[in-house]
Ligand binder design. Structure first.
Ligand code: SME
Length: 160
């Protein structure tokens, strides 16, 4: 099955599951569950939430344990949060600031999650054991799914 077909099936499952849902953690947990099970090249799938200025804290995830806290100055996740744009890493061994939570990770994509005011409130991190696993198709679908979260992130006083 093509990558686009896998994503189409995941979206078909997610949309009724998330219908009317506005709790950020419930949405994140459901999104990572379906993405991780539905995409063959996903080996770690999880959110990191902005819990204080310049600080990411792990959120719902699937896969082996991930590091709990990432400052914006570190990692591909920190770069995504700083730059507020999707990061695609075809070969993590060539990225000195990459944080390796697993020795088997070969490629990565990290997508920013914005609130309704356009502030970065989380990032979606996906690792693959397959080299160069991520491309424009992943960016398109993951950015669409992350866009659904902005309805759940109304108040900067209560980071998710
Ligand atoms: N690889 C990420 C860290 C999170 S672990 O992969 C789950 C990074 O470089 O920010």
């Amino acid at each position: 099955m093509s990558k686009a077909s896998q994503y189409a099936q995941v979206l078909d499952r997610l949309q009724p599951l998330l219908e009317g849902e506005t709790d950020a953690i419930a949405m994140m947990a459901t999104i990572v569950c379906e993405l991780h099970q539905g995409l063959e090249h996903f080996d770690w799938t999880g959110f990191y939430r902005v819990v204080a200025p310049g600080v990411l804290k792990i959120g719902p995830y699937q896969g082996g344990h991930g590091c709990l806290t990432i400052p914006f100055e570190r990692g591909v996740c920190g770069q995504c949060a700083r730059e507020a744009k999707t990061q695609i890493v075809p070969d993590v061994s060539l990225v000195p600031h990459h944080i390796a939570c697993s020795s088997t990770t070969r490629s990565e994509i990290v997508v920013p999650v914005f609130d309704s005011a356009g502030r970065v409130r989380a990032v979606l991190d996906v690792d693959s054991d397959t080299p160069a696993a991520f491309d424009a198709v992943d960016r398109q679908y993951l950015e669409e799914i992350c866009g659904w979260l902005n309805r759940s992130l109304p108040n900067p006083a209560f980071p998710c």
